[in-house]
Design a protein around this ligand. Structure first.
Ligand SMILES: Cc1cc2nc3c(=O)[nH]c(=O)nc-3n(C[C@H](O)[C@H](O)[C@H](O)COP(=O)(O)OP(=O)(O)OC[C@H]3O[C@@H](n4cnc5c(N)ncnc54)[C@H](O)[C@@H]3O)c2cc1C
Length: 500
């Protein structure tokens, strides 16, 4: 255990992870810590990571960002969810929205009423009752906390933004808060001979940067936690086999759909992220089942607007570090592990690990109990998200390519099998209480991927058949009326937060 008091924090890396860490530490512990961020312009950042989940609103509010200003400066748009195309089977399509479908009644989730209604002969999908789905399918968006004077909650949303502008926005904030930024390539690491703790990093120009605690935000290199401290990587490719992405920007979509699209192909999937000035696109694929040329051809053939550049290749291995904090060093961002971008969770993981580290940050010396707790909770979070991602690949009828045959027939973690069996039997949910993905997410993705529960919760029988039909009609009418009052997303952006 290090006995040295922690006064100087060194963050190595200036991608999204490094600057989120810098901004949040400056905001919440800046009076006690001197903070220096070291980054190398020669190495640069990964430059992707443009779709988020609603938790980012909390980060922005802690940092005191004004939403309009933030969206103007990052060419941002609003996001109501992710549309999955061709996943359960070819021509399937569903939206994993950020909100509940319908209206929960009593203690019973809406999907149980919906299932009972379907068993009575109704043919509408759950998404007919989803405000998010109806708004998204008509390219509509506005801030809406509550639907009129009903019990129905309004629109939960996240953002799409330009990744490099986002890092720049965070940097400006952090520098205004007193963070020191040093440009330089780290070439050596000095450690205490007794404790093994990191004491300094050496830069290419011969200078050194000393510190008491280090955050490794060096991306896939994992320079400190991986390379220097030797913390191993757990490879999860057997469950999440995609290991490459080709990213390419294309021209703006005129209607600015307020959602990300993830279209499954024969050996992976393609993202489409609408921004104010361009569209982000990428093909995530598995190199054991297709080659780069084929993957590039597929990507370009499926663009909806004209490409603005050549596709850029990114290699990765899905998995996580065995530990996320060792000695006096924590890894955050791609250095800590990577869960592929299917559910836009990486920036959230950065944010949640930064907030966990701040919560458990040592006042004086590093305490192993704090460190163990940090590792325990972070491992849990990675594993829960992993299971949710595997669900999309494994729960499919597709067998039209070797990739999909593999995904359909692979063994999956018991923690996921248990949830699938429970939902298939009764529509009940077995998610962990602290799972990032709430009940409504599990319901939508399990239904969307083709699991139809055999039964429903008997508490949904509290309504008689007539009352049930009336309730379903009322919900549907409320959703339709609320949707029709929303403006078009593109108009809303133009009016409130257009980039200049
Ligand atoms: C294909 C793909 C798509 C993605 N899509 C999404 C998405 O939609 N949503 C989402 O939330 N996330 C997404 N992500 C993840 C997201 O891109 C990353 O989580 C995010 O960009 C953070 O990256 P980082 O800061 O950890 O690493 P990087 O951006 O790689 O930054 C690393 C930093 O370390 C510095 N560095 C490295 N070595 C040295 C050295 N020796 N000396 C000095 N400095 C050094 C570099 O200069 C750089 O500043 C995606 C990732 C991939 C691969």
């Amino acid at each position: 255990m290090s006995e040295k008091e922690i006064r100087k924090l060194v963050i190595v890396g200036g991608g999204t992870a490094g600057w989120i860490a810098a901004a949040a530490f400056a905001r919440l512990l800046g009076k006690q810590l001197q903070i220096e961020l070291v980054e190398s312009d020669a190495i640069g950042t990964i430059g992707v990571g443009e779709a988020t989940i609603p938790q980012i609103i909390r980060l922005n509010s802690i940092l005191g960002f004004d939403e309009r200003d933030f969206l103007k400066h990052t060419y941002g748009t609003f996001k109501l969810g992710i549309e999955f195309v061709n996943w359960g089977k070819i021509s399937d399509r569903y939206l994993h929205t950020f909100g509940d479908a319908g209206l929960n009644l009593g203690n019973v989730h809406f999907h149980h009423y919906w299932r009972r209604h379907a068993l009575n002969g109704a043919s509408e999908s759950l998404w007919h009752y989803s405000l998010h789905q109806q708004a998204a399918s008509q390219d509509r968006f506005a801030h809406l906390d509550k639907v009129g004077n009903t019990q129905m909650t309004g629109l939960a949303y996240a953002y799409h933004f330009d990744a490099s502008l986002y890092a720049g926005y965070l940097r400006k904030y952090a520098e205004q808060k007193g963070i020191i930024r040093t440009e330089g390539m780290v070439q050596s690491v000095t450690r205490d001979s007794e404790s093994g703790d990191i004491t300094a990093i050496g830069l290419a120009d011969g200078s050194t940067v000393e510190g008491d605690f280090f955050i490794d935000c060096t991306g896939f290199r994992a320079l400190l936690l991986g390379q220097e401290l030797g913390v191993q990587y757990h490879d999860w490719s057997r469950w999440l086999p995609c290991d490459r992405a080709l990213a390419v920007p294309s021209e703006r979509l005129p209607n600015l759909p307020p959602y990300t699209r993830a279209t499954a192909h024969s050996a992976g999937w393609q993202w489409r992220i609408p921004l104010q000035h361009r569209t982000g696109n990428g093909h995530v694929f598995c190199s054991s089942f297709t080659d780069e040329q084929q993957a590039a051809d597929t990507l370009l053939a499926n663009l909806e607007t004209k490409p603005l550049d050549d596709p850029r290749l990114i290699r990765f291995t899905t998995g996580r570090r065995q530990k996320f904090w060792a000695h006096n060093c924590a890894a955050i961002g791609l250095s800590s592990g990577f869960l592929e971008p299917l559910e836009s969770t990486s920036i959230h993981l950065i944010q949640s690990n930064v907030s966990r580290l701040i919560e458990l940050f040592p006042r004086a010396a590093v305490n192993p109990a704090d460190r163990d707790e940090y590792n325990r909770r972070t491992i849990g979070e990675f594993e829960q998200i992993r299971d949710f991602l595997i669900l999309h690949y494994h729960q499919t009828e597709r067998e039209d390519s070797e990739f999909w045959k593999y995904c359909k027939h692979m063994d999956v973690p018991d923690s996921l099998t248990r949830k699938l069996r429970l939902f298939a039997a009764s529509g009940r949910l077995g998610r962990d209480v602290d799972d990032l993905f709430k009940d409504s997410s599990w319901v939508q993705v399990m239904l969307g991927q083709g699991i139809m529960p055999a039964d429903y919760n008997p508490m949904a029988n509290q309504l008689d058949d007539g009352q049930l039909a009336q309730f379903m009609d009322d919900v549907r009418r409320i959703v339709e009326q609320a949707t029709s009052k929303l403006p078009k997303h593109a108009d809303y952006i133009a009016q409130h937060c257009a980039a200049q």
